[in-house]
Design a protein around this ligand. Structure first.
Ligand SMILES: O=C[C@H](O)[C@H](O)[C@H](O)COP(=O)(O)O
Length: 227
């Protein structure tokens, strides 16, 4: 993990933004570099839709004009980080528990750019635990059903609820996160579909067919990847 590489990627993505755009602001340490670089450009007539309370707070501090998905349901460009970038720009996201709002904003966007340091690019998704957002009510029952789906995908380890020192982590939407240590996800599309069918699962961190481009920060500059 290289903060310099994250910064390089974030700054390069900020150059893709044009005055007057509606911009989706991602969440996490890489997206924060983008938000800072975007604010530094001082572009006119931007409207920015944040994907988390944390990003909203950062953007507000930096003086970026904020909007919501309700007020601006069509977004021109979203720039966001990822936990893993696999073949075809299939992604795992949600390490920062923002996957639900992120996916809503990504899906409302004409164009999505994922930004990351080089270490996030993988041959096969799944070394990073897959975050699954779950309604708190009856979450242990939901976890059993998640375990059944994972077993069907030859993933033996049940997902574990995410905790912090003060107890269970809550998302901005008040839900819980289960992390599935998949090891390797051989059929991301089927796993995505199967997880979505579970009552109690709100969303999962597989972002498939959503990224239009990846800007990868390296020590030498940026690499641009297409799906
Ligand atoms: O929920 C958080 C997001 O999906 C982040 O974009 C992702 O976890 C990557 O974060 P970072 O840039 O801090 O590695």
């Amino acid at each position: 993990m290289s903060d310099a590489q994250k910064r390089t990627a974030g700054e390069a993505a900020a150059e893709r933004v044009e005055p007057g755009m509606v911009v989706g602001l991602g969440t996490g340490s890489t997206a924060a570099w983008f938000v800072k670089a975007l604010a530094a450009r001082g572009l006119k007539d931007l409207r920015c839709v944040p994907t988390s309370e944390a990003t909203a707070e950062l953007a507000r501090e930096l003086g970026l004009p904020l909007s919501t998905l309700e007020d601006t349901p069509r977004i021109d460009l979203t720039v966001d980080g990822a936990d893993e970038i696999g073949p075809g720009l299939a992604l795992i996201k949600g390490g920062g528990a923002a996957l639900l709002r992120e996916k809503l904003v990504w899906e409302a966007s004409s164009r999505c750019i994922v930004i990351a340091d080089k270490g996030k690019v993988v041959e096969t998704l799944g070394a990073f635990p897959l975050p699954i957002e779950v309604i708190a009510f009856g979450h242990k029952t939901t976890a059993n059903r998640i375990a059944d789906v994972l077993a069907d995908h030859e993933i033996a380890m049940p997902a574990r609820v995410r905790t912090a020192e003060r107890g269970l982590i809550r998302t901005d939407g008040g839900n819980l996160i289960y992390d599935a240590r998949c090891g390797a996800i051989h059929d991301p599309s089927r796993l995505a579909d199967d997880l979505k069918l579970i009552t109690g699962v709100v969303e999962h961190g597989l972002f498939l067919d959503l990224a239009d481009e990846a800007i990868i920060g390296t020590d030498q500059g940026v690499e641009v990847l297409a799906p």
